[in-house]
Design a protein around this ligand. Sequence first.
Ligand SMILES: Nc1ncnc2c1ncn2[C@@H]1O[C@H](COP(=O)(O)OP(=O)(O)OP(=O)(O)O)[C@@H](O)[C@H]1O
Ligand SMILES: [Mg+2]
Length: 258
Amino acid sequence: MSVLAVDDLTVRHGGLVALDGVTLAVETGQIVGLIGPNGAGKTTFIDALTGFTAPHRGKVTFAGRDITRDAPHERSRAGLVRTFQSLELFDDLSVRDNLLVAAHTPTFWSTIADAFWPRSHDGTDTHRTLELLDLLPVADRLPTELSNGTRHVVALARALVSSPQLVLLDEPAAGLDPGETAALADLLRRLPAVGTTVLVVDHDMSLIMNVCDQVHVLDFGRLVAGGTPTEVRNDPTVIAAYLGTSTTAGPAAEEGSA
Ligand SMILES: Nc1ncnc2c1ncn2[C@@H]1O[C@H](COP(=O)(O)OP(=O)(O)OP(=O)(O)O)[C@@H](O)[C@H]1O
Ligand SMILES: [Mg+2]
């Protein structure tokens, strides 16, 4: 059963075709990787799925519903959330408050409902998410007091606090050292068990190859390969796509991303 089905998704930035007829499905309960050289269209893909950019053509079906024209907040409320390449943490709020802000986004109707039937926002979801990602010991610290690796985990926690069905991660391991990346991989593996399917974009091949069930490869906006990590690692098209744009970034190499 697919939580996400993307059909012929095409995005243009002016004259540039950033995504060109991308068709793929993400199965519920899997961790799916999306890789490709710089500028391949990976962030554009996440932007189009979350409604941050409008597709020129194509269809996005999430949890059985056509969401192609839905606004970003409608998609996140439906259970499709993302993280950003820049972490976008609130540096003046504690880790716990960073999650609380994300957990409770009032709507018109929830504000009315709160006036008549006050709910106690006891932070249950926040506590559960902090626990899931081993963040309870730093819950009262400011993001600026934490290591880079832990800051990345806080950004992940903020996306997960609403218990999304699908989370889209844009380079969660960028700038992390190998130890921090391995720790992040351990955390990502916990997500399917709590009901969150994962689509992860990253240049770090140790992360992608170690955690993903399936990997898709983008090059110049087109899907050029897909399969298990082993299949993708040995695919000549993939090796050519990387070696064609960079001599250092190969699928077998571990590239520290910018
Ligand atoms: N808002 C925009 N306006 C014009 N061109 C854009 C815009 N956003 C992205 N592009 C271009 O679209 C292409 C795809 O960019 P995108 O950011 O999706 O690549 P990416 O695979 O995420 O790259 P990276 O690995 O460097 O993050 C690139 O050529 C980029 O320059
Ligand atoms: Mg990107």
